[in-house]
Write a protein that binds this ligand. Structure first.
Ligand code: NDP
Length: 233
């Protein structure tokens, strides 16, 4: 479970642990927050441990930190934003792709020998693939992730491994710190959302839990919009 120290990743980690999984709480820099996630899971009666790995340097450190040699569920959640056109140099462009696309690709590749047949791969994309926003680089990485899931599903079908993608809308996390200072409470977003509120990390975790469950056994190669009906027109 990548990027599980905070935000959506933490909520997914806590939910999957509550559903019975032992969770590997991956993070990049925030040791304290990763420890908090592990403690929250353990205090609720679940099992978890933290592994640090900065993805721009590759995914090896994550796999060196694993304590077991079998996996049931892989969730690629960690990601970073880019910036608007004209503010992102080539080095920054490469970094966003390294974290958001290269890392999930190699996490999956490294996971495959460990992943049990009948397992689950779930990638966290974004509604930016259908809504034009100014952060072009970030949006492009999420488009790549959608393609990865769609193209990988038939390759892993013979092993009964499903590959699905979850696309959140605007969700209250550090990635949307502006929401916390917005006196309107994000009205510009809620007004365009069918269910009339900002997403919570737990909303996304519930969708991931569904795709991780036995009930999703016949769903693969799918992109699930988890936005509360954002920007439906
Ligand atoms: P946050 O910024 O709150 O958390 C990001 C997580 O990724 C943290 O655990 C962080 O670890 C980890 N991370 C950041 N940089 C790196 C890196 N270089 N290498 C490894 N891990 C890293 O993100 P959100 O919870 O908001 O987003 C989670 C996912 O949901 C992302 O894929 C995002 O694109 C997607 N999403 C989010 C939306 C939103 O509105 N929030 C909307 C649509 C999609 P650390 O704490 O150590 O830095």
């Amino acid at each position: 479970m990548t990027g599980a120290s905070r935000g959506i990743g933490r909520a997914i980690a806590e939910r999957l642990a509550a559903d019975g999984a032992q969770v590997i709480v991956h993070y990049a820099r925030n040791d304290d927050l990763a420890k908090e996630t592990v403690a929250a899971i353990e205090n609720a009666g679940g099992r978890a441990y933290a592994v640090q790995a900065e993805f721009e340097q590759g995914v090896d450190a994550l796999f060196e930190g694993l304590r077991e040699d079998r996996l049931d569920i892989v969730v690629n959640n960690a990601a970073i934003l880019g910036g608007v056109l004209g503010t992102v140099n080539q080095e920054q462009f490469d970094r966003v792709f390294a974290v958001n696309v290269r890392a999930p690709y190699f996490v999956i590749e490294r996971s495959l020998p460990l992943l049990n047949d009948g397992g689950r791969i779930i990638n966290i994309s974004s509604a930016v693939v259908r809504i034009a926003l100014p952060d072009l680089v970030y949006s492009m990485t999420k488009g790549a992730l959608d393609t990865l899931g769609f193209s990988l599903a038939p390759i892993l079908g013979p092993r009964n491994i499903t590959v699905n993608t979850v696309s959140p809308g605007v969700t209250d996390t550090d990635m949307n710190a502006w929401l916390r200072d917005d006196p309107t409470g994000g009205a510009a977003v809620t007004d365009l959302t069918a269910l009339g509120r900002i997403g919570r990390p737990e909303d996304i975790a519930a969708a991931v839990a569904l795709l991780a469950s036995e009930d999703s056994r016949w769903i693969t190669g799918h992109v699930l919009d988890v936005t509360g009906g954002y920007f439906l027109g």
